[in-house]
Design a protein around this ligand. Structure first.
Ligand code: TYD
Length: 206
């Protein structure tokens, strides 16, 4: 069983990833929690490249680097964990590339990119994806606190239009892949969101 969390920067999904992972562990599941890009030696090295503000990365190269990190993560960690009966909770998965590089950067046609991602993961896809949805301006306000403390990473230098396009791409994905998607309102209190997600996830794992 694979769960993934998606949403624009500042939507609050990482808190929800932690909550779901804890609930699943408490329920006795063997949980692997991974973040993208990252989760493997290679993936963490690629993450450093991608988020380094000093680096000038062409949009197509960016898309391929995110995909390379993902291919490694799937083979090295996700597939073995699922095969041994465990549950995987992913903080971002291939929909991030479709939304950010396809919608945000407009690097390639979204339908093509989606298809390409199926090849990157050799057909592995989440059983459930939670889209934590917040208006772009709410996300930007939340993010500004973190940026004040730690600075912007390379992705966070994008302009407002980029975030609008990325957010819209997520909405379209949630419509097109409605069976595996659940959209949650990220402006609600953290505990309410966590409760709604757990009640859905519990059903699915039973
Ligand atoms: P991170 O600090 O992990 O952000 P977040 O907590 O929002 O996940 O940085 C990851 C950044 O990379 C984030 O801006 C989203 C972006 N990203 C892509 O553009 N494409 C992708 O395929 C992935 C996985 C992430």
């Amino acid at each position: 069983m694979i769960f993934s969390f998606e949403g624009i920067d500042g939507c609050g999904k990482t808190t929800q990833v932690a909550r779901l992972a804890e609930r699943l562990e408490d329920a006795g599941y063997d949980v692997l929690r991974v973040r993208e890009p990252g989760g493997t030696d290679l993936g963490e090295a690629v993450r450093d490249l991608l988020l380094d503000t000093r680096r000038d990365i062409h949009d197509m190269a960016e898309m391929l680097l995110f995909s390379a990190a993902r291919a490694q993560l799937v083979t090295e960690r996700i597939v073995p964990h699922v095969q041994s009966g465990g549950v995987v909770v992913c903080d971002r998965f291939f929909d991030s590339t479709v939304a950010y590089q396809g919608g945000g950067r407009r690097v390639a046609d979204v339908a093509w990119l989606y298809d390409f991602q199926r090849r990157v993961t050799a057909g592995v896809e989440p059983d459930r994806t939670y889209l934590v949805r917040v208006p772009v301006d709410v996300a930007a306000t939340r993010l500004s606190g973190r940026i004040a403390a730690t600075g912007r990473d390379r992705m966070e230098h994008a302009d407002r239009d980029f975030w609008v396009r990325t957010s819209e791409a997520y909405d379209r994905l949630a419509e097109r892949a409605a069976q595996r998607y659940r959209v949650v309102d990220g402006t609600r209190p953290v505990d309410d969101i966590a409760r709604a997600i757990w009640s859905d996830a519990k059903e699915l794992t039973n």
